[in-house]
Design a protein around this ligand. Structure first.
Ligand SMILES: Nc1nc2c(ncn2[C@@H]2O[C@H](COP(=O)(O)OP(=O)(O)OP(=O)(O)O)[C@@H](O)[C@H]2O)c(=O)[nH]1
Ligand SMILES: [Mg+2]
Length: 437
């Protein structure tokens, strides 16, 4: 395969940037690039990277000799200074040599094609890199580093054994050999049970990865935008004395204690003749239905508005917040939290409560593995085939049909790990990767 390169770190100014290069024959360019030869694999070198005779940067260099590399091919990594200028010079050097720019996920795709990683592990790797919460890290990590692939192997072997017994019976029963006995029904029953309980340990990526959302609502001028800015940590929303300042829905992400959630600022809810403001208010109320936590921000207690807001999304957690306690007396009996967006008082407790609410939800789930829609479909088919095989055996159906069900269940597992795949499936999976992975 051709030699490809990619910047594995983001194209922004940073302490260090990392380039990856992979492909047969790439190591013969080390002399040209770094003026040295005889690099020992897997050792870290300090080297001078040159564009012809001109020094580009003093870099770190690690060489990997295939198949002992991530991709399974000869490859090397360059650790340069993270300047945008250096990055673009290095890209120029690589292009000049004739290296091609890697497509998204190309390194992992090569690793898959060179049998370094299974398809489900490649998918878990992408989920791992995309994870935004500790829960996602642990679940996708279990699929990636854990024993998901081993468990698949175990199930595949057990399916094979059952199939051999059934096919042996089909082929050799006339010759008086016994391949199948009553034990097969109980073994297969156990296999169905084990596989189903394994599936119950899997969490769908779609559900887990849906970012949790916190919505700020309340009367105009109560300080929602100021609370929003405090939560996100910078002046994202416009704050003004004038009621009705916020008209659009504004959102941003908050990273706190290894959790990420989205916060939405909304237009203050009140009766108004202003068409634009009214539209904003309707958007606030509509957004309420999507929120996981609703923070009602008030200056003064307003029972009517609290009931109205609670009634829009009864499923969401509702917390009433009294803002501006730097100028008003805090009323801890009427409000869940008393804060001052101006001084920052009370925000640490508020953020802790939000994160622990989300983490509680996480801890209630007993999931171990993070899986994708593709895996859910495959697992359902496997369970369906195994159940059908078991029913067939119990009801003395033709053994050919039982063997066919077992064969299909095994073949679905092969699709999961990538023993069978189509080009379009690979295209779908790897195109969602980032460049350089
Ligand atoms: N003293 C004090 N003033 C605050 C505090 N929070 C907000 N304010 C002031 O209250 C006014 C309204 O603040 P915003 O954050 O714009 O209020 P809002 O609820 O987003 O207003 P709308 O978007 O119009 O609904 C501004 O003058 C803020 O400076 C606070 O904690 N203490
Ligand atoms: Mg506002």
């Amino acid at each position: 395969m051709s030699v490809v390169y990619a910047l594995a770190t983001p194209p922004v100014k940073s302490a260090i940037c990392v380039f990856r290069v992979s492909g047969e024959g790439c190591l013969k360019y080390l002399n040209l690039l770094f003026g040295l030869s005889g690099f020992e694999p897997r050792k870290f070198y300090l080297a001078e990277m040159k564009d012809e005779e001109v020094l580009v940067d003093k870099v770190g260099l690690v060489v990997f000799s295939g198949p002992q590399s991530y991709t399974g091919e000869d490859s090397f990594e360059v650790y340069a200074h993270g300047s945008l200028g250096v990055m673009s010079l290095i890209i120029d050097v690589f292009k000049k040599i004739g290296f091609s720019e890697a497509a998204p996920g190309e390194f992992t795709k090569r690793a898959f094609l060179n049998d370094k990683i299974s398809l489900n592990e490649a998918e878990s790797l992408s989920d791992f890199v995309d994870s935004t919460s500790s829960k996602e890290v642990f679940l996708s990590g279990a699929s990636l580093f854990g024993d998901l692939s081993k468990r698949m192997d175990g199930f595949s072997n057990r399916i094979n054994e059952a199939r051999i017994r059934v096919e042996g019976e089909i082929d050799f029963s006339d010759e008086g050999e016994v391949f199948m006995d009553d034990l097969l029904v109980s073994d297969l029953g156990l296999l169905v049970e084990d596989f189903s309980s394994f599936v119950s340990l899997c969490a769908s990526r779609k559900e887990v990865s849906t970012k949790k959302s916190v919505l700020l609502v309340g009367p105009p001028n109560s300080g929602k935008s100021s609370v929003f800015n405090r939560l996100v940590g910078y002046e994202r929303a416009i704050v003004a004395d004038q009621p009705g300042t916020t008209r659009d829905l504004i959102s941003s992400e908050v990273f706190f204690r290894s959790s990420v959630f989205s916060v939405f600022d909304t237009a203050g809810v009140r009766e108004t003749d202003d068409v634009v403001e009214e539209k904003g208010i309707q958007m606030s109320l509509a957004q309420l239905q999507e929120a996981d936590i609703v923070l009602g921000v008030f200056e003064k207690h307003d029972e009517d508005l609290v009931s109205k807001l609670r009634s829009v999304q009864p499923g969401a957690m509702f917390l009433s917040i009294q803002n501006k306690v730097d100028i008003n007396t805090a009323d801890n009996d009427l409000f869940d939290f008393c804060v001052s967006a101006k001084t920052g008082a009370g925000f640490s407790d508020l953020k802790k409560a939000i994160v622990s609410f989300f983490n509680e939800e996480v801890n209630q789930s007993e999931s171990v593995y993070l899986i994708r829609d593709r895996h859910v479909k495959i697992f359902n088919s496997v369970v369906g085939n195994l159940e059908s095989a078991l029913e067939g055996l119990k009801n003395n159906k033709e053994l050919e049909l039982v063997a066919e069900d077992l064969k299909n269940s095994r073949s679905h597992l092969d699709e999961l790990i990538g023993k069978k795949f189509s080009d379009s499936l690979l295209g779908d999976i790897f195109s969602s990767f980032c460049i350089g992975k």
